[in-house]
Write a protein that binds this ligand. Structure first.
Ligand SMILES: NC(=O)c1ccc[n+]([C@@H]2O[C@H](COP(=O)([O-])OP(=O)(O)OC[C@H]3O[C@@H](n4cnc5c(N)ncnc54)[C@H](O)[C@@H]3O)[C@@H](O)[C@H]2O)c1
Length: 242
């Protein structure tokens, strides 16, 4: 199994793509650290994994809070002395035009979606050897719509940050990549008012969380050993600009 004896940390593991990714890692032998702000949902993911005799641990963390991110990584490295796979996946969106957007909302989006990626990498990379970081971006990094610009900017920043990190470390320490989903059937998709109102068109099929989990797990696996510093778009053909 591809993740046997590997410590795999996934943020946003309580729902959607993050939960499917946790379940996939566990089904391939990984020990999964489920990180989420939602205690009930995080524990549910752990139960689902344990029901299938997998290994998982929940650590409640608000990834928008720097002290909590630091403490989360410390809990994992104190227990296991290493992190093999880091999936920065949790995210937050606003649906407001820029002139009406509160500064605090801009900061909240950047803290959760982008600063947390910096912080998890900062604290986890020293504990990685032949590791892999996979960051969940979005098609919005490439082709966005009105009213979600803080989110789009955070994902664009995430992709640039990821490319840059692949230059700072040798692959025998860690590889760094993004997976950019199109529309995926999760609570985040259906709570998006632009999707409900049809402002954001969903061309092509709507993906399943498991289809994204498969891509994330490939990027995190040794099978992707020559894939570094790039973004895999997994969108059922929605983008036509790449
Ligand atoms: N669903 C889509 O259509 C879609 C499309 C493109 C990109 N994405 C990206 O995929 C990733 C996962 O999204 P999803 O659709 O599975 O969403 P989701 O809403 O199903 O799950 C997100 C999880 O993140 C957790 N979370 C939110 N804020 C947090 C915080 N501050 N600290 C810790 N956990 C927090 C939530 O509790 C939730 O469990 C996100 O990065 C999102 O931007 C999703």
């Amino acid at each position: 199994m591809r993740f046997e004896n590997k410590i795999c940390l996934v943020t946003g593991g309580g729902s959607g793509i993050g939960r499917a990714t946790c379940i996939r890692f566990a089904s391939e032998g990984g020990t999964v650290i489920v990180v989420d702000i939602n205690e009930q949902h995080g524990n549910e993911t752990v139960s689902l994994i344990q029901q299938h005799k997998g290994n998982a641990l929940f650590i409640k963390t608000d990834i928008g809070n720097a002290d909590e991110v630091k403490s989360c990584v410390k809990t994992v490295t104190d227990k296991y002395q290493r992190i093999d796979v880091l999936v920065n996946n949790a995210a937050f969106m606003t649906f407001t035009k820029i002139v009406d957007l509160a500064e605090s909302d801009w900061d909240k989006v950047q803290n959760i979606n982008l600063k947390s990626v910096f912080l998890f990498c900062k604290y986890a990379i020293p504990f990685m050897k032949n590791g892999a970081v996979v960051n969940t971006s979005s098609v919005h990094a490439h082709e966005t719509t009105a009213n979600v610009l803080p989110y789009a900017a955070s994902k664009g920043g995430m992709e640039a940050f990821t490319r840059g990190l692949s230059l700072e470390y040798q692959p025998n320490q860690a590889r760094f990549n993004c997976v950019a989903p199109g529309s995926v059937d999760t609570p985040m998709l259906w709570s998006n008012p632009d999707i409900k109102d049809g402002v954001e068109k969903m061309q092509g099929a709507i993906g399943k969380p498991e289809e994204l989990a498969a891509a994330i797990c490939f990027m995190a696996s040794d099978e992707a050993s020559f894939v570094n510093g790039t973004t895999l778009v997994v969108d059922g053909g929605r983008l036509d600009i790449l």
